[in-house]
Design a protein around this ligand. Structure first.
Ligand SMILES: [Zn+2]
Length: 345
């Protein structure tokens, strides 16, 4: 269930599933393989994560039978909500796979298999996902208009085969306004729980991305949730929230943490060179409550695994604190831009 509880262009909502309620705008850490890299589930939970997003195609290719035996929640011991992404886009970049009018073609156990839109939904249901994402055709950037026309045609056709009461449609159209609008008009006629804005944050200019988000949200039904896929950076999240986006997912804060970049109220810190006693005076995460910046950066330079873990804990908390403040500012009709100073953006 999803309900808007406050709106002033930006929105605060509540998403209910799996026995819990989560306020939006919300940020989802990425758990591609069924794990937020380096973290225990309870660590992510303690730092405020309530929803994660897992790549369905990855699990299908690697340990599908085992996962379905347990169900994804029990397999990874996650008590929050699970979104599964169909995973087509990431897989085409990573594995020898290609896209056709019928679906994604790839090799599993040496033989060629086709991941159709129907198969994608079936796999996500079998995994025990709370919210399912349709298979879409997301072209890599840079692309030409012709490729995006094809992507929109396929995505509309596949959406018709992917409807369901806890399913998210994915909207394509690249950076072409008319193609985005066409995709929205066709997919709006179908039965979906929510809408995901796809095909952005893949290398196109930032202002194009924000413009595409703005025209999309303007043309979507108000009562349904909107998820901006693969976004992202704190500044992009703030811009998209202003345009009425409710849900975000990105590997950005966790990947950066593992590569030694942490986000703090005084800006980004590179652990390779960092010095000082306090990590982030505004942060209440486990790492900031217990360790000095000197120790964290020392561990990072020594290539100790604990550095990745402590940095990931901090960045997840940073994102969740940002989202908490965003919701508070919306409710008070405040100024979202002032959060940029508060969060060192
Ligand atoms: Zn912290």
């Amino acid at each position: 269930m999803f309900k808007i509880i406050y709106e002033n262009g930006a929105r605060v909502g509540v998403l209910k599933a799996h026995g819990i309620s989560v306020e939006t705008p919300v940020f989802l850490p990425v758990a591609t393989k069924g794990v937020i890299k380096t973290l225990l589930p309870e660590e992510a939970w303690r730092e405020g994560a309530r929803i994660i997003i897992v790549n369905a195609l990855h699990l299908y290719m690697h340990s599908f039978e085992t996962v379905t035996k347990y169900g994804l929640h029990d397999f990874m011991k996650w008590k929050g909500i699970i979104f599964t992404d169909s995973g087509g886009f990431q897989s085409i970049k990573k594995f020898p796979a290609r896209v056709s009018d019928e679906g994604i073609i790839f090799k599993k156990d040496g033989s060629e298999e086709i991941f159709t839109p129907e198969k994608s939904i079936e796999v996500q249901k079998a995994l025990g996902s709370d919210f399912i994402f349709m298979l879409d055709d997301c072209p890599s950037y840079p692309y030409g208009r012709k490729r995006v026309i094809k992507s929109v045609e396929r995505t509309i056709k596949w959406a018709k085969l992917s409807q369901g009461e806890r399913n998210f449609a994915i909207l394509q159209g690249g950076i072409y306004e008319d193609l985005r609008l066409k995709c929205i008009e066709e997919i709006k006629k179908l039965n979906f729980f929510g809408y995901a804005i796809g095909g952005l944050s893949i290398g196109e200019p930032k202002e194009k991305m924000h413009h595409m988000v703005a025209i999309t949200t303007k043309n979507l039904p108000k009562e349904k949730p909107r998820h901006l896929m693969g976004v992202g950076s704190p500044e992009d999240i703030i811009e998209a929230v202003k345009n009425g986006v409710d849900i975000f997912d990105s590997a950005f804060p966790t990947r950066n943490a593992r590569h030694g970049t942490i986000y703090t109220s005084r800006g980004k810190i590179n652990l390779k060179k960092a010095k000082g006693s306090v990590i982030d005076e505004e942060c209440d995460c486990y790492t900031c409550r217990n360790f000095s910046l000197d120790y964290l950066s020392y561990l990072y330079r020594e290539k100790e695994m604990l550095a990745m873990r402590l940095a990931t804990i901090h960045n997840i908390r940073y994102m969740n604190r940002l989202m908490e403040r965003i919701r508070e500012e919306i409710r008070n009709d405040g100024n979202l831009d002032k959060l940029k100073t508060e969060f060192g953006i």
